[in-house]
Structure formats: structure tokens, C-alpha cells
Design a protein around this ligand. Structure first.
Ligand code: NAD
Ligand code: ZN
Length: 356
């Protein structure tokens, strides 16, 4: 098989490898479409995960099952499948405790393009196929199905962790594809006023389409300052973080948060940084402000439920896809776009119609 890999930090290219071995509960899948993630860029170019060599990248795909292990019950070769970016080990005790993303160690549910080869291969391996794959509904186009791997589940998880509820005032910091889905999640959870913090024309247009009521441009001054001014000094009930960094963004988030409020962070921070915020803004440690941070939950049930949101028109993933490429060999072009992030980019997708 062939795959597009991180050869060493800062260096990518196509490599050849033996097809992965399929265990009794596993599946081998060929991609129908794949999408690069900002996390692939953090991994390759920002040393965010630590060094990896000859590791095939990618964790956003849908595909066709090629082979299954003897114990797989619900999938067979030829089935078209949704593939979550996070594929937990469902027998682990952390899964039993409700933290499947941390099965096999903290963040151990994140296997593709982290601890094993990812989905940018002509074949890729899925552990626990019955627990992690979902059938791809006929109504969902393969390019849009890639948004169900990571963007939709991650964004929605931010609003879930923050506990957005009816009438909440919510601020979403960072309106790339993850933030846009966090925003949509807040709207679906019943938020009232929703501030989208971003500046690019394209993302602002899509934020409004997903239900943002106010746009805050972080180039025009402090985010907290602008949001406090817009809310008569009251601030917001919930903050969803999908952009910014450890050293500045949490300070703004804690400052704009009402007492009793909570933050849902899904931003992938740099492991070398410290998260910084002011104790006074936290009510000198007693302001009942809560920070949650989490990896998107993976697994089959979650995929099936999120697919239902797409099939029934609650989420339109097509608004996220600004660039489409045809052919597996175009993966490097899509990665380069993600790396350089032109202003009109939200998300590129590569249709792999040339692999069999
Ligand atoms: P993105 O780069 O497309 O979007 C982030 C946006 O934040 C950009 O538009 C950027 O301009 C904006 N931004 C930067 N600094 C800002 C600031 N100070 N204030 C407001 N906005 C600011 O990235 P994305 O693909 O939407 O992903 C967002 C983050 O989520 C990334 O760090 C990614 O690695 C991470 N991620 C996490 C998970 C998870 O499971 N937790 C999954 C996927 C992606
Ligand atoms: Zn990702």
C-alpha cells in the first residue's frame, strides 16, 4: 500500500508500506474521501505531539470495507462506512468509566496519525470495527461524510462540555471548521445570543449561516473587553474555545465568563506552553468558573447519532467545504492549503476515486 506520511518532523511525502494486519475484531478500509486536519499541521510542523517517523497522516475519512476479522459481526467487505477520528478500545476500564477517548492511556483513543498509521493510505486499519465504524447513509455525500470524522464531533463536544443550554449567551473563540461546528452545537443546544470571534470574510459568512448573532473581530482589541462592552459588563454564560493559544486565550475566556459559567476547550494546545489566566478574573479562585477540555468522543453510536443530524438537515456540512480535490495524489495539495491557510479556506477534501 501507499500512504502520505510524516517522514520526520517538518518533512512529508508518499511512502510504501505493507498492508496492515487485520486482527479478529478489526477491519481494513480503503478511503472514498479524506480531509486533512489542523491537528496534522500541529503534528508535522509544530512538534506538538513529539517526533514521529514514517507515520501515515490523516484521521478524517469515509471509506469502503476491504476485509474484516473473524469476530466482526456488523460489517463486511463492500460496506461503505463512516470512520471516526477517535477509535477507542471499548473494553478498557476508562471506556467503562465514560472516558473512552482515554482508553489505552490519556488520549489513547486517538490512534490514527498519532500512535499508528492514519487514513491517508490506500488502505487503513480500524481497531474494534463493530465498536467504531458506522454505516454511511446513502443520503450523505462522501466529501461531507469526512466532516463527520472530526469537525462535527469535535465542535459539538465543545458545546456539550460547556453545558450550553436554552437561552445561554455563548462566545465561540476561533471560527475555523471546528469553531463553526462548536457554534452550530451551541445553537442546537438552545443558545440565545451567540458571539462568533473571528475575522475572515468567508468564516464570518458561514458563522452567520450557522446561527451567530454577533461577530467580534479579535484584531480590533481584546476579545473580553469587546464582549463585556457588548453585554453591559455582564459577560457570557459559556465560552467555547477552538482557536487561539494557551498563553492568551484562556485569560480572555475566564475574564468574559460570568460567575458560575463554564468553558469548553477543544483547541489542540502546544504541549510546551502553560495555560495562563488571572486569578482575579476567577473570583480569586472562588468564582465557580469551570474549564473543561476534551478530545472528541469517537465510536459507532456517536457516529450514527451525528449522521442523523446531517441526514435530517440539522447540520449542513457542505458549508465547511471550500476546496475539493480529485485523486489520492492530491493529498499533499490539501495539506499545503491547511498549512498556509489562505483567507478563503475553511476545509479542503480529497475525493479518492482513483483507488481500488
Ligand atoms: P483553524 O486554524 O482552521 O481555526 C482556528 C481559527 O482560530 C482560525 O480561523 C484562526 O484565525 C483563529 N484564531 C487564531 N487566533 C485567534 C484568537 N486569538 N482569537 C480568535 N480566533 C483566533 O483550526 P480548526 O481546524 O478549526 O481546529 C481548531 C483547533 O481544534 C485546532 O487546534 C485543532 O488542532 C483542534 N482540534 C481538536 C480536536 C479535539 O478532538 N479536541 C479535534 C480536531 C481539531
Ligand atoms: Zn483532527
Amino acid at each position: 500500500m501507499r500512504g502520505f506520511a510524516m517522514i520526520e518532523p517538518g518533512k512529508t511525502g508518499f511512502i510504501e508500506k505493507a498492508d496492515p494486519k487485520v486482527g479478529e475484531r478489526d477491519a481494513l478500509v480503503r478511503p472514498l474521501a479524506v480531509a486533512p486536519c489542523t491537528s496534522d499541521i500541529h503534528t508535522v510542523y509544530e512538534d506538538a505531539l513529539g517526533p514521529r517517523t514514517n507515520m501515515i497522516l490523516g484521521h478524517e475519512a469515509c471509506g469502503v470495507v476491504v476485509e474484516v476479522g473473524r469476530e466482526v459481526k456488523d460489517f463486511q467487505p463492500g460496506d461503505r462506512v463512516l470512520v471516526p477520528a477517535i477509535t477507542p478500545n471499548w473494553s478498557d476500564v476508562y471506556s467503562q468509566a465514560g472516558y473512552a477517548t482515554d482508553s489505552d492511556g490519556m488520549l489513547g483513543g486517538w490512534k490514527f496519525s498519532n500512535i499508528k498509521d492514519g487514513v491517508f493510505g490506500t488502505r487503513f486499519h480500524v481497531n474494534d470495527a463493530d465498536g467504531n465504524l458506522a454505516h454511511l447513509p446513502d443520503e450523505i455525500d462522501p466529501a461531507e461524510a469526512c466532516m463527520l470524522s472530526d469537525m462535527i464531533p469535535t465542535g459539538l463536544h465543545a458545546s456539550e462540555m460547556a453545558g450550553v443550554t436554552f437561552g445561554d449567551t455563548v462566545a465561540v473563540i476561533g471560527i475555523g471548521p471546528v469553531g463553526l461546528m462548536a457554534l452550530r452545537g451551541a445553537v442546537l443546544h438552545g443558545a440565545g445570543r451567540v458571539f462568533a470571534v473571528g475575522s475572515r470574510e468567508k468564516t464570518v459568512e458561514v458563522a452567520k449561516a450557522y446561527g451567530a448573532t454577533d461577530i467580534i473581530d479579535y484584531h480590533n482589541g481584546g476579545i473580553a473587553e469587546q464582549i463585556l462592552a457588548a453585554t453591559d459588563g455582564q459577560g457570557v454564560d459559556k465560552v467555547l474555545i477552538a482557536g487561539g493559544d494557551a498563553e492568551h486565550t484562556f485569560e480572555e475566556a475566564v475574564k468574559m465568563l460570568k460567575a458560575g459559567g463554564s468553558i469548553g476547550n477543544v483547541n489542540y494546545l502546544n504541549g510546551h506552553d502553560n495555560v495562563v489566566f488571572n486569578a482575579g478574573d476567577w473570583g480569586v479562585g472562588m468564582g465557580h468558573k469551570t474549564i473543561h477540555g476534551g478530545l472528541m468522543p469517537g465510536g459507532r453510536l456517536r457516529m450514527e447519532k451525528l449522521a442523523s443530524l446531517v441526514v435530517n438537515g440539522r447540520i449542513d456540512p457542505s458549508l465547511l467545504i471550500t476546496h475539493r480535490f480529485e485523486g489520492f495524489d492530491k493529498i499533499p495539495d490539501a495539506i499545503e492549503l491547511m498549512h498556509h491557510k489562505p483567507d478563503d479556506l475553511i476545509k479542503p477534501v480529497v475525493i479518492c476515486n482513483d483507488i481500488d
